[in-house]
Design a protein around this ligand. Structure first.
Ligand code: 5GP
Ligand code: ZN
Length: 134
């Protein structure tokens, strides 16, 4: 994908604050820095989103995600992490090159607040389960 910003970072055509790199992937600081150390893990090969990624590449990426998170835990004293990937616009994906967000969490500095709404009183869990299983 010649116009893809993350392909350009992967090919070192435009600069990025790269904190890890190997043959298959790299990790670099997200410009937005939702929290200190907010990092993106990307495959060097272009895949649009999560469901497209080769499974061996994906397995490698999640291992690298753990390695990088351990580094952020040590170096930035992160107290926890949110590890997420957004797939398609409906889920908030803005860059169409697969990436995993590592969002370090701290007691004192919060720029990211995921909240899961509890809909258990309003929904039919059996109905949803049956739709998936049948
Ligand atoms: P998405 O919304 O697709 O899940 O996440 C895309 C992320 O890429 C955003 O958090 C945005 O800040 C980041 N981003 C977009 N363009 C660039 C860029 O050129 N360099 C870096 N380092 N991050 C970028
Ligand atoms: Zn790309």
């Amino acid at each position: 994908m010649n116009n893809c910003i993350f392909c350009k970072i992967a090919n070192h055509e435009i600069p990025g604050k790269i904190i890890y790199e190997d043959d298959l992937c790299l990790a670099f600081l997200d410009l937005s820095q939702a929290t200190d150390g907010h990092t993106l893990i990307i495959p060097k090969e272009h895949y649009d989103h999560f469901l497209d990624v080769d499974q061996d590449v994906l397995a490698h990426l999640i291992q690298v995600t753990q390695t990088v998170a351990k580094k952020l835990e040590t170096k930035l004293n992160a107290q926890g992490f949110n590890i997420i990937t957004n797939m398609n616009e409906v889920a908030g994906q803005t860059v169409k090159h697969f990436h995993i967000h590592i969002i370090p969490r701290y007691q004192s500095h919060e720029g990211f607040n995921p909240e899961f709404t509890d809909r258990s009183k309003d929904i039919d869990l059996d109905k949803i389960y049956n739709r998936i299983m049948n």
